[in-house]
Design a protein around this ligand. Structure first.
Ligand code: SF4
Length: 429
């Protein structure tokens, strides 16, 4: 693929049906994509239980538009399939995101939870660069004639951003998914891509997510659909559209090393709208990783991206409200830990975030130490912030007991959230 130019189409507009159809026309039209009678599998991003307006999952409008457009190629069957994030119920995610309803209305023949599939095929990964040496993929996916990747573009704490390449991680069941996070994730993603034939990506940049993705971000009105067969070229193009320097994103290096596609602008032919016509920088805060907050000790090994994003959100919120310097020196721990990391210093400066650290809390307390704890998997958005600011466990017992207090806090939070958004916007300028 590297030796050839990749084609990526960009369509700006407000009508998802028209945008998807036009994006496919720029690639030669739906009739050029697959033979009539083909089995088409569509893989949206429906990894978490969030509503359509959150921009956490692919928008139902784009899913509906894709099914309608692909239906015009007279496939035998259109299947919508997803394996949600670890700990999430796929069908619940598809329902909450509006994707299930949109897919049914547009005439999808089947909607499949990949996690529930039992007919799996063992696929070895020749020349694997990560610890993932083989994957189990559902037979219907391996046998599909045409696979369509349907991601949303969003800020992502583990990968800086998530779009075409990252979305395909959702074709494996929880065990491999978990292993991917415990190895070199970009290399593991490329390993997975090397054994799955994805034919086309249609990316949702209608309302992509900026800020503290993958779950605490803010949707941005962007109004674009981007399509192409080369996922690397598509991701690189999407990055250029939103003002992200591809040279600073590690996983493009992994993709180039594996010959997965083109990043170089010279090797990408843009059709439809130009990048300049649609260019609009969005706030993607993860290029520096946790190194952006050197005044804090953040232990994030083995943590899900949800909790990592939460800590990034907490740090920036502390900066916004003048709490950052006051709390400098605190130790924040997320993700499963087998023992008590020797660097930790128990006390009120040690904050454990998330239910998977309950055993660590018990161990510390059994050893006579003290720590603060934010409950939840993941904890509520403001729990780590409150735990740091107020140095009390979250949720506070009085909050659980007092409905009036909860209402008072809800109003305060609404006001504070509005001020936080204003602060973020000013900071970006
Ligand atoms: S608490 Fe956070 S890091 Fe732990 S399992 Fe839940 S989401 Fe993952």
């Amino acid at each position: 693929m590297n030796a050839n130019r990749s084609i990526v189409s960009i369509v700006k507009g407000s009508d998802a049906d028209r945008m998807v159809e036009e994006a496919l026309e720029h690639l030669g039209g739906v009739d050029s994509l697959f033979e009539p009678g083909a089995t088409v599998v569509i893989k949206p991003n429906a990894g978490h239980v969030y509503p359509p307006e959150s921009a956490v999952n692919t928008s139902p409008e784009v899913v509906r538009a894709a099914i309608k457009a692909l239906r015009k190629g007279n496939p035998r069957e259109i299947i919508v399939a997803e394996a949600s994030a670890i700990g999430c119920d796929t069908m619940e995610c598809l329902e909450a995101s509006g994707i299930k309803k949109a897919a049914e209305e547009a005439g999808a023949d089947r909607i499949i939870d990949i996690k529930s599939e039992t007919d799996l095929v063992d696929i070895p990964i020749p020349g694997a660069r990560s610890d993932i040496k083989e994957v189990k993929l559902p037979r219907f996916l391996v046998d599909a004639d045409f696979i369509v990747n349907l991601p949303i573009f969003k800020s992502h704490v583990s990968m800086v951003f998530s779009c075409a390449l990252k979305n395909i991680k959702g074709v494996v069941q929880d065990m491999v998914h978990g292993l991917m996070h415990f190895t070199d994730l970009p290399a593991a993603m490329m390993d997975l891509w090397s054994v799955i034939d994805v034919d086309l990506t249609i990316a949702d940049l209608v309302r992509p997510m900026e800020g503290f993705g993958p779950h605490c971000g803010t949707p941005v009105d962007f109004g674009c659909v981007v399509a192409g067969a080369d996922p690397v070229a598509l991701d690189a193009t999407a990055c250029r559209m939103v003002g992200l320097d591809t040279g600073k994103v590690d996983y493009f290096k992994a993709a180039i090393e594996r010959g997965m596609g083109n990043v170089d602008e010279e090797l990408i032919e843009i059709r439809g709208n130009t990048i300049e016509e649609v260019h609009k920088p969005i706030y993607l805060p993860y290029l520096e990783g946790f190194g952006a907050w050197p005044e804090y000790e953040i232990y994030a090994e083995n943590a899900c991206s949800t909790c990592q994003g939460l800590i990034a959100y907490t740090m920036v919120r502390m900066q916004a409200f003048g709490e950052y310097d006051r709390n400098a020196g605190a130790q924040i721990v997320i993700g499963r830990k087998k023992g008590i990391p020797k660097e930790l210093r128990p006390g009120k400066d040690l904050i454990l975030v998330g239910d998977c650290l309950k055993p660590l809390k018990k161990k510390i307390e059994k050893a006579g130490g003290e720590c603060l704890f934010a409950v939840g998997c993941p904890p509520l958005e403001l729990f780590p912030y409150w735990a740091l600011r107020d140095r009390v466990d979250q949720p506070r017992p009085e909050m659980l007991a007092d409905e009036d207090l909860r209402e008072k806090v809800r109003i305060e939070v609404e006001d504070e959230n509005a001020r936080f958004l204003t602060w973020l916007r000013k900071r970006e300028v």
